[in-house]
Design a protein around this ligand. Structure first.
Ligand code: VG1
Ligand code: CO
Length: 609
């Protein structure tokens, strides 16, 4: 085996977005593409490690098309750069939360890894909820030593390097006369080691162990097992053919005793079986209908809820997102977060430490969390979209001097929920959190009586705190110039030209102000601007409403305009209205003001969720 230096030149367009670099597979397959990006990633990681080589790194993907090939290429680059220990899960597949758990928890196994015994970082091969396959998306992101997505400073430095790169290092077998690539057998037994160079070893690791330990530290598996065996409790989990499926099987079936029939689509497939692995009302349609729901999230009136599963859940391609539903009842991610917050007593991870020390949500998520946090005296943070901002908050609250800042809960409207057990959102964690809430809610219910369901829990929550009606419209594949024009129009007319706010329309909904969200990280002081345009309205009832516009940062072509709608309703007699109906007037007024159809040519969104 020989280390070789290969000449290359910069390739444009390698700036990571909300969560890593996502491109069509065809782009990744162009010559030097993966090599250039990963060499720059290593260089940036070394620079941010004070110039010292990174000793241990984990490489894993969500199993999408190109996963295994990219793992091989990346392992060779890492070895040639002198990274001593490269950890790859058996079969190359791990969910994103499981990678975060490995980085944080995996200690030296007594083998060649005699360093500090923890990974310095992780390379995660995923385009998350984007479709996979030869003509679809592939992606690479980097998580740092804490297991959290690299921040903007890192990704910008990485991008700068991609503009200057002139060579990369890799290893070949057979010397330069008859070189052939070194290939690792990803299906070899856990513990198998490959010496790629005299100073660099690949170890095949167990994908499950560290993640299972992380979940065990959060939940009471015995009481969850008891819930699963209760008469009347039925569950349905949709893995969407992503990386979360095998982890769900390992936990829900092997540990908690559910039957295999509780799982659907839990075998990872390179093209996710042709589906769009995003667990929302549109793309998780089969689960949604099995839960007795229409695509707009309302209950199908002809179905008797007592014949439907108690709990339905889905994960996205890389297992970090979650959808939660009950019998004939869809829970919005923003409500889910607020309910988990209010029910912290049900979750041992929080209860054992006397409650939550802090909570956070992304700006476009609804204020349902804020209302609970305020009532219960929990500090609440509002961050830009993307998990990296939560990571900073959580890590800053880790104790170095014995102070207990308490556990941390956070989430996003985009079906992301999680806590400080790792530094990523965690689809399965959210499912176990809801199972814990259900378990507690049914403690006093005797066998034979109807179980307290998801719907009962959320409706009680609304009665207590009021309901934040919530909906998101996505306009996907919009022409980039048109998308920018929508944003510029809002900025110029309503944010900067605030004095000239228009009169309300016939609906009586009145725009009261407009702001552009920017964020100063309270931990490192870094500033992030242009994180979404917020239009604040006043309804005829006097209640507040809000519409946010943002451009997606995870797409691989064209632009996606997201419109987030939120409207507060205190009156319980109005809580059973369906969200799209309740929000219809607000949506129309916002679309009229920003001239969506005129600018983009779209008279309807591609996805409503
Ligand atoms: C989307 C979501 C955001 C999430 C991000 C990554 O970003 O809106 O909340 O953190 O995806 O999730 P954007 O920029 O497209 O709106 V995942 O599961 O795709 O890693
Ligand atoms: Co994801």
């Amino acid at each position: 085996v020989e280390v070789v230096v290969v000449n290359t030149s910069p390739i444009g367009g390698m700036r990571p977005g909300t969560s890593g670099l996502r491109k069509k597979v065809g782009v990744w397959k162009t010559e030097h593409y993966v090599e250039n990006f990963v060499q720059c990633l290593v260089d940036t990681a070394v620079a941010s490690n004070g110039g010292r080589m990174i000793d241990t790194i984990v490489v894993a993907g969500d199993g999408r098309y190109y996963n295994d090939e990219a793992i091989q290429t990346i392992a060779r680059i890492l070895a040639a750069n002198g990274i001593r220990d490269i950890w790859i899960p058996q079969h190359g597949i791990m969910s994103t939360p499981a990678v975060s758990a490995v980085i944080r928890r995996r200690k030296s196994d007594g083998g060649g890894n005699d360093g500090e015994g923890i990974a310095r970082g992780g390379i995660v091969l995923t385009a998350s909820h984007n479709p996979g396959g030869p003509d679809e998306d592939f992606g690479i992101k980097y998580n740092d030593v804490l297991g959290q997505p690299a921040g903007e400073e890192f990704t910008e430095a990485l991008y700068e390097r991609t503009m200057k790169i002139s060579s990369y290092r890799t290893v070949v077998r057979g010397g330069s006369s008859s070189p052939s690539p070194f290939v690792i057998d990803l299906s070899s037994p856990v513990g198998t080691r490959y010496d790629l160079t005299p100073s660099s070893t690949v170890t095949i690791i167990d994908p499950y162990r560290n993640y299972l330990d992380a979940l065990r530290s959060c939940f009471d598996f015995d009481s969850l097992r008891a819930l699963c065996s209760r008469a009347g409790f039925e569950m349905m989990f949709d893995g969407m053919h992503g990386a979360g499926g095998p982890f769900a099987r390992r936990v829900l079936v092997d540990e908690l005793g559910l039957s295999e029939s509780a799982l659907m689509r839990c075998d990872p497939l390179p093209d996710f079986g042709g589906c769009h692995p995003d667990p929302n009302l549109t793309y998780a349609s089969e689960l949604v209908s099995r839960m007795g729901l229409s695509p707009d999230g309302s209950a199908i009136p002809t179905l008797d809820p007592s014949t439907l599963p108690t709990l339905g859940a889905a994960n996205d391609g890389d297992g970090d997102r979650n959808l939660i539903a009950g019998a004939g009842f869809f829970v919005t991610p923003s409500d889910s977060l607020a309910v988990i917050c209010d029910n912290w007593e049900c979750i041992p991870q929080f209860a054992m430490r006397g409650g939550l020390g802090g909570v956070a949500r992304s700006m476009p998520s609804s204020a349902a969390l804020d209302v609970v946090a305020e009532a219960r005296g929990i500090p609440c943070f509002v961050t830009p979209t993307g998990w990296k901002y939560f990571g900073n908050l959580m890590s800053s609250r880790e104790s170095y001097d014995g102070t207990d800042y308490g556990p941390f809960l956070c989430g996003e409207e985009s079906f992301g929920t999680g806590s400080d057990h790792i530094r990523e959102k965690d689809g399965l964690w959210a499912v176990l959190a809801w199972m814990s809430i259900l378990s507690k809610a049914n403690e006093g219910i005797s066998d034979g009586e109807a179980l307290v369901g998801v719907r009962d829990i959320v409706r009680r929550h609304w009665a207590k705190y009021g309901r934040h009606f919530y909906c998101r419209y996505d306009y996907e594949g919009v022409d980039s110039d048109a998308a920018n024009q929508v944003m510029n129009t809002i900025r110029e007319k309503f944010v900067e030209g605030g004095a000239a706010l228009p009169d309300g329309s016939d609906s009586g909904i009145k725009l009261v102000d407009a702001v552009e969200f920017s964020y100063i990280d309270p931990v490192d002081g870094s500033q992030t601007s242009k994180q979404g345009l917020i239009l604040n309205f006043k309804l005829t009832t006097g209640d507040p409403a809000r519409v946010v516009f943002r451009l997606s940062g995870t797409g691989s072509s064209g632009a996606t305009v997201r419109m987030y709608l939120e409207q507060y309703e205190k009156d319980p007699s109005k809580h059973d209205m369906s969200a799209p109906v309740a929000l219809k007037d607000l949506a129309e007024e916002a679309l009229r003001l920003v001239q969506m159809e005129k600018t983009t040519g779209r008279d309807a969104p591609t996805v409503i969720t």
